[in-house]
Write a protein that binds this ligand. Structure first.
Ligand SMILES: Nc1ncnc2c1ncn2[C@@H]1O[C@H](COP(=O)(O)OP(=O)(O)O)[C@@H](O)[C@H]1O
Ligand SMILES: [Mg+2]
Length: 504
């Protein structure tokens, strides 16, 4: 099992972070968020901790103490600020959607006056809005607070509420213990609170009951909800190391690292691994192995579609990348899979390319994240052409290790035949696997799989069973890439010899 202690630390630290901003006498704090309710919740908790009153203002209700009656005549923004100036003692003032009024000269001036006065007291104004565009005078007086997405602890609260509400209103039988609630919350991580609760309600209604399958249904629903983000695509964990032939050293390395996620390993002082880069010959299981890590470790898997960074959102790319990386952090523990990483970041090394500037910035975003991030996200990157990657990415300390996947040797080829025959419902013992392995020297795993697929066609149309002879005929009729592209493969090997660890 994976420890979720990092999640618990994260929520504590969010509250601590905001409390610290308030406590250290920052007069204006700006929060860019659409999750107002969540912010109110967090501020309420902080206000209780600090023993200060919390006021909220919106243009429809005016200024009011939380849970209290509105103060008469404070709906006008300017009037609200005048009233805030009159209120004595420590306090927190949450001004909802206030950014839009700050362009007005008088309001801007009043806010700055208040900021000056607040600097010597423990009084803070928190301005929230889905997107903040503050005039520079205000922006320079204020500190931003990054709210981020809710983690499992915060979501668990909502899950409990939704379950209670559904069992009351829809008469659903809900018998969930703390562990199942926790699991639901973990499966919803990555979504905003509202979105998460909507997803949960939808799944509950569709199933008609809160049964054991609910957690999986929620996970599937989340996958499709997150898909809309475009960049980060949750992937089903349907492969593990049992599906990978060879790559023994890589698998051993990964198996050892898994312990760093367990509570025992953490107590022992194991440092969570940050990631591997898997490079090498095409069709030999790089992408497969990267995907298999999540299945093997039993944690979330999402693919970062690096190609999509260049698509349509010109100018938005770095922001989107940053968002996707932050999102992955919220889903931790997870494996973040970047397939063929050179496609997104390769041209960063070469100038003159039209995309070079952009990929340089994207690379910087990725490297900064790789450097600064907390543990919990394991980056599994693959590359078909590592020599195209910028050297910064390969520097020590970015990836824990760089592995090179070569063409399979005879033993691994035999294992590949056995594995893929079994996958197609054939009894591997009925085939001369050693002979097949000997005949397929220079074949990649993908080409072996391909030979079996082709052999099945041949057998079917001949109304025969698949046999060793049919497979041998397919093998002899195939020119593997290692022959047709011998030059390239030699180059890849040469390059890797001094820079990477053999995966087998
Ligand atoms: N070592 C291997 N073990 C099992 N299957 C393999 C292996 N190598 C390749 N294959 C088969 O070939 C397919 C393509 O491999 P892939 O991982 O995409 O290669 P790469 O990313 O190295 O180009 C895999 O989905 C798998 O079915
Ligand atoms: Mg691949």
């Amino acid at each position: 099992m994976i420890s979720s202690s990092s999640g618990a630390a994260a929520i504590g630290s969010k509250r601590d972070e905001l409390r610290l901003l308030i406590n250290s006498r920052n007069p204006i704090i700006i929060v860019e968020t659409a999750e107002e309710e969540r912010l109110v919740h967090l501020l309420t908790a902080i206000a209780v901790e600090l023993c200060v009153p919390l006021y909220a203002w919106s243009v429809t209700t005016g200024l009011a103490r939380i849970e209290g009656a509105p103060i008469y005549g404070t709906a006008e923004p300017e009037q609200a600020l005048a009233n805030i100036a009159e209120i004595r003692g420590d306090a927190i003032f949450l001004l909802k959607d206030f950014a839009r009024y700050c362009d007005n000269d008088k309001i801007c001036r009043r806010l700055r006056d208040l900021a000056d006065a607040f600097r010597s007291t423990r009084r803070s104004i928190v301005i929230s809005a889905p997107s903040l565009n503050l005039p520079p005078e205000i922006a320079s007086e204020s500190v931003p607070f990054a709210f981020g997405l809710p983690d499992a602890d915060e979501l668990a609260r909502g899950v409990k509420q939704v379950l209670a509400e559904m069992s009351r209103d829809q008469h659903l039988t809900v018998t969930f213990d703390a562990a199942s609630i926790r699991r639901l919350a973990e499966n919803l991580a990555g979504l905003k609170v509202e979105e998460a609760m909507r997803t949960l309600r939808k799944c509950l209604l569709a199933r008609g009951e809160a049964d054991a399958g609910l957690a999986d249904a929620v996970m599937d629903a989340k996958r499709s909800a997150l898909q809309t983000e475009g960049l980060l695509e949750p992937v089903r964990r349907d492969v593990s190391f049992a599906d990978v032939a060879g790559l023994k050293r890589l698998r051993e390395w990964l198996t050892k690292r898994h312990n760093a996620f367990t509570p025992e390993g953490q107590r022992f002082g194991l440092v969570p691994p940050k990631g591997v880069l898997i490079t090498g010959v095409q069709g030999c299981g790089k992408s497969l192995a990267a995907r298999a890590v999540a299945g093997e470790w039993g944690i979330e898997l999402a693919r970062l579609d690096a190609g999509a960074l260049y698509d349509k959102f010109v100018g938005e790319s770095e922001k989107r990348l940053r968002k996707a990386l932050d999102l992955s952090q919220k889903m931790a523990p997870m494996v973040l899979w970047i397939d063929e990483i050179e496609k997104a970041f390769a041209s960063a090394g070469t100038s003159g390319d039209a995309d070079a500037g952009l990929s340089q910035r994207l690379l910087a975003t990725l490297l900064t994240w790789m450097q600064d991030r907390e543990g919990g996200v394991f980056l599994a990157a693959t590359s078909n052409n590592i020599s195209a990657l910028p050297p910064e990415m390969l520097r020590k300390g970015r990836f824990d290790e760089i592995f090179f996947v070569d063409l399979p040797n005879a033993d691994v080829r035999a294992a590949l035949f056995a594995l893929h025959l079994r996958k197609r419902g054939r009894d591997a013992a009925a085939f001369d696997v050693a002979k097949l392995a000997a005949a397929s020297e220079g074949f990649s795993g993908a080409e072996i799989e391909q030979a079996i697929a082709a052999g099945l066609y041949t057998a079917f149309s001949a109304k025969a069973q698949l046999s060793t002879d049919i497979l041998l005929a397919e093998i002899h009729g195939t020119q593997p890439l290692s022959v047709t592209r011998a030059e390239d493969i030699r180059g890849v090997r040469e390059w890797a010899k001094s820079r990477a660890v053999a995966a087998d």
